[in-house]
Design a protein around this ligand. Structure first.
Ligand code: NAP
Length: 281
C-alpha cells in the first residue's frame, strides 16, 4: 500500500479562501479589518520564520497583523504587562505569543495574560477547559487544524484507536481530547512510556507530536493506519516518512501537512474573535 496524502496545503488554502470572504463581509458591515497581534520574544530563527509565515497569510486574507518583537532577556513580568496591554486594547482581536519562549520566562504566566476572548491560538487554561468540556471557545490551533485535516479527508474516528505521542498542553493533550470528543479510543504516549513501538503498532490513527525526528519508525505502523505527523525538528518530522507511507492508508507530509492547517486555524479563529468583539460592542 502507498498512502494517500493528507494535503494540509490544499485544505488550508480552501479554509483561507472562505476566511477571505468572511473578512470582506466583516469590513463591509463594521468598517474595520480584524487585527492579530503577534508577540515574538528573542531571535530564534525558526520562530521568526513561523511568525513571518503567519503575517504573510494574514495579509493574504485581509487581516492586519501587528508584530511586537521583544528582547530575549525580557522578564516574565514585563512580558505579562505587554500582553495585558494587548488584552485590554479594543483594536486588537487576537493575540499570538509565539512558542517556545526563552527558558527563563514563565510561559504559562505569559499565556494566561491573554484575554480568553482573544486567545485565537487556544493556549490559555480557559480555552483548554472549554475545549475539554466541549463548550465551544477557541481550540488550540494545531490540534484544531489536525481535526479539520482529518475531517476534510472524511477519516472516520468513531470507535477507532488513536495513539497520540506527546502530551504538551498545546498539542498532545488537546488533540487527544478532541479525538476523544469524536468517540475515538485514545492512548497517550510520552517520554516515559514503556513499549512505544507496541502502542503505535496497535493504532488506527497515529498522531506524532514529540519533536523527535523520525522517532516513529515506518515498520511500527499498522497496515492501513492514518498517520499525522505534527513534529518538526532539524527539518524533519517525527515519523520515518518513506517507510511509514508504504504501510499507512493516509499520511501527512512534512512540510505541507499539519503546519499550514495550524496557521489556517489561527487565522480563522482571529476572524471569529473579531465577529464576537463587534457583536459585543
Ligand atoms: P513539547 O512541549 O516539547 O512536548 C513534546 C512531547 O513529546 C512531550 O510530552 C514529551 O514527553 C514527548 N516526547 C518527547 N520525546 C519523546 C520520546 N522519545 N518518546 C515519546 N514521547 C516523547 O513540544 P510541543 O510544543 O508539543 O511540540 C511537539 C512537536 O510539534 C515539535 O516538533 C514542534 O515543533 C511541533 N509543532 C508543530 C506545530 C505545527 O504547526 N506543525 C505546532 C506546534 C508544535 P514528556 O511529557 O514525558 O516530556
Amino acid at each position: 500500500m502507498t498512502a494517500k496524502i493528507l494535503d494540509g496545503r490544499a485544505v488550508a488554502a480552501g479554509i483561507l479562501d472562505r476566511v477571505r470572504e468572511d473578512v470582506t463581509a466583516l469590513v463591509a458591515e463594521h468598517g474595520r479589518v480584524p487585527v492579530l497581534a503577534t508577540v515574538l520574544v528573542g531571535d530564534d530563527p525558526a520562530s521568526h520564520t513561523y511568525v513571518g509565515m503567519k503575517a504573510n497569510r494574514c495579509a493574504k486574507v485581509g487581516i492586519h497583523s501587528l508584530r511586537i518583537d521583544l528582547d530575549a532577556d525580557i522578564t516574565t513580568s514585563a512580558l505579562v504587562k505587554q500582553i495585558h496591554e494587548l488584552s485590554a486594547d479594543p483594536t486588537v482581536d487576537g493575540i499570538l505569543l509565539q512558542h517556545p519562549v526563552p527558558d527563563h520566562i514563565d510561559e504559562r504566566a505569559a499565556f494566561e495574560a491573554i484575554a480568553p476572548s482573544k486567545d485565537v491560538d487556544g493556549v490559555t487554561r480557559t480555552s483548554f477547559a472549554t475545549m475539554a468540556f466541549d463548550e465551544g471557545g477557541f481550540t488550540s490551533a494545531t490540534p484544531g487544524g489536525i481535526m479539520a485535516l482529518l475531517d476534510a479527508h472524511a477519516i472516520p474516528l468513531t470507535g477507532r484507536h488513536a495513539v497520540v505521542v506527546g502530551r504538551s498542553p498545546i498539542l498532545g493533550k488537546p488533540v487527544g481530547m478532541l479525538l476523544l470528543a469524536r468517540d475515538a479510543t485514545v492512548t497517550y504516549c510520552h517520554s516515559r512510556t514503556a513499549g512505544l513501538a507496541d502502542h503505535v503498532s496497535h493504532a488506527d490513527i497515529v498522531v506524532a507530536a514529540a519533536g523527535s525526528p523520525e522517532l516513529i519508525r515506518g515498520d511500527w505502523i499498522k497496515p492501513g493506519a492514518v498517520v499525522v505527523d505534527a513534529g518538526y525538528a532539524d527539518n524533519r518530522g517525527d515519523v520515518e516518512y518513506g517507510a511509514a507511507a508504504e504501510r499507512a492508508s493516509y499520511i501527512t507530509p512534512v512540510p505541507g501537512g499539519v503546519g499550514p492547517m495550524t496557521i489556517a486555524t489561527l487565522i480563522a479563529q482571529t476572524v471569529e474573535a473579531a465577529r464576537h468583539h463587534e457583536s459585543a460592542r
